[in-house]
Design a protein around this ligand. Structure first.
Ligand code: NAD
Length: 352
């Protein structure tokens, strides 16, 4: 296949993964990009329609929690690098089904580490295992301060505990077996192709359909928002330039209280939908807070800025406008997700 570097991207049919796959396939024609995804409810191959016919792209359906399958895959492909994004990613689901999160996020990560270690056989030159993680591993902040790479881990939800655990396993494979790795911990992402169970696409979807906007607790929980394409650019940079055994925090210095974010979203949507100012805000309803709901996350992204020259390219307002425009222009994508039709795309495209 003429390519000189083969990268396994796990979870490439998901929200962030699809942006990373697109970016890598387009930017590196000399790389072979292999997307491995189980296609859970969160995996949607319609996210990748525009790159599925590129000669340097392959899709494989499979489960990272299946160790035999993963070992076979690695011996068949000889990957040079792994960019690992596959995960159960929704905090509310982790409260209902913690074991699913242990299986995919912890066991799945360890399966990938084992297979990398066995396949690379200490021949680590130009090899790299890159784990994509979250700022939620650090727990919650008070009213001030930021998470840095030195902040100690204090996860509060089953989701963040599973991600913290997988970060620790990655690190331990570096220390114990010398496996080359990098980790990045990113703040909340938003943008095109995000499944409408997460706050921003859920609310855009509900505003379009005139449905209530359920805000947890008093709406004062604060999150730091990053446009997904900026995250994909950071991932490209860390994969290529990150220092072995280091971790990088990625964030946009874009903190907002949930209620302020929702109000901003409502006012942008009023304009787009030609509604009277204040109309969408009437859909806001406060609901019982999520148990263990972290009050505030804020990322100090100084290291990746200073060491690798990365910074976010859009303000929250600009990113939200682009996101809203995308959801309004791609009602096919949204309708297929809402109806469940997106789950047939794999059969249609790959199993005729
Ligand atoms: P997502 O839920 O949209 O996508 C996850 C993908 O992983 C899906 O395509 C799903 O089918 C796949 N997957 C799930 N279980 C699998 C398994 N057992 N085997 C193979 N594939 C499986 O998630 P996302 O929001 O794109 O997040 C991607 C990664 O980035 C995750 O590791 C997440 O922890 C991390 N992250 C997300 C955010 C965020 O704001 N969304 C922020 C920081 C870090």
């Amino acid at each position: 296949h003429g390519q000189n570097h083969t990268v396994l991207i796990t979870g490439g049919a998901g929200f962030i993964g699809s942006h990373v796959v697109r970016k890598m396939v387009m930017a590196y024609p000399g790389y072979l990009i292999v997307n491995l995804d189980k296609l859970t409810y969160a995996g949607n191959l319609e996210n990748l329609k525009d790159v599925e016919n590129y000669p340097n792209y392959r899709f494989i359906k499979g489960d990272i929690a299946d160790g035999y399958f993963i070992n076979d895959l690695f011996s068949n492909w000889n990957f040079d690098g792994v960019i690992h994004l596959a995960a159960e990613s929704h905090v509310d689901r982790s409260i209902e089904e913690p074991l699913e999160f242990v299986k995919t996020n912890v066991l799945g990560t360890v399966n990938l580490l084992n297979a990398s270690k066995q396949n690379w056989k200490k021949n680590y030159e130009r090899k790299r295992f890159y784990h994509i993680s979250t700022d939620e591993v650090y727990g919650s902040l008070g009213d001030t301060g930021f998470f840095s790479e030195k902040t100690s881990y204090k996860p509060n939800s089953p989701y963040s505990a599973s991600k913290a655990s997988s970060d620790h396993f990655v690190r331990s494979y570096g220390e114990t077996y010398g496996l080359p790795y990098v980790i990045s911990n990113c703040s909340n992402n938003y943008g095109p192709y995000q499944f409408p169970e997460k706050l921003i696409p859920l609310f855009i979807n509900n505003i379009i359909q005139n449905k209530p906007l359920p805000v947890y607790g008093n709406g004062k929980n604060t999150r730091d928002w990053l446009f997904v394409e900026d995250h994909a650019n950071a991932i490209d940079l860390v994969y290529h330039k990150g220092i072995n055994k280091e971790s990088y925090n990625i964030g946009g210095f874009n903190e907002r209280q949930n209620i302020d974010l929702v109000k901003l979203l409502c006012s942008l949507m009023d304009k787009r939908l030609f509604r009277n100012e204040g109309e969408s805000e009437k859909l806001i309803t406060f609901v019982k807070d999520r148990p263990g709901h972290d009050l505030r996350y804020a990322i100090d992204a100084t290291k990746i800025n200073k060491k690798l020259g990365w910074k976010s390219s859009v303000t929250l307002e600009e990113g939200l406008e682009m996101t809203i425009d995308w959801y309004l222009a791609n009602d096919d994508w949204l309708n297929h997700v809402n109806s469940g039709e997106y789950q047939d795309y794999y059969k249609m495209r790959y199993k005729q």
